[in-house]
Design a protein around this ligand. Structure first.
Ligand SMILES: [Zn+2]
Length: 91
């Protein structure tokens, strides 16, 4: 078996500014069966927190799974020269 060595390439991972993040919460209160009610997805955390406060006030439930998602983009090194330099250094 031949061993392949992959050079380290300094890609950066950034949040995609063109896509709005999503916030959501699900009630996981309950001993055997979890409540399961959820806030639904929102593009801002405030309506999710408000839903949590109201749900706690109405039910006494106090445990939530918070879900955050966004789009990420992997950016190659700033310049091709940088990539070549890195490959040469690890060869
Ligand atoms: Zn609940």
């Amino acid at each position: 078996m031949t061993r392949r060595v992959f050079p380290y390439v300094p890609f950066t991972i950034e949040q995609d500014e063109t896509a709005t993040p999503t916030y959501e919460a699900e009630c996981i209160s309950g001993d055997v069966i979890e409540c399961g009610e959820d806030s639904g997805p929102h593009h801002d955390p405030e309506p999710v927190e408000e839903w949590m406060r109201k749900h706690t006030q109405d039910t006494g439930h106090a445990r939530y799974l918070r879900i955050f998602s966004d789009c990420a983009v992997i950016q190659p090194p700033a310049e091709r020269g940088e990539l070549l330099r890195v490959n040469k250094a690890t060869a």
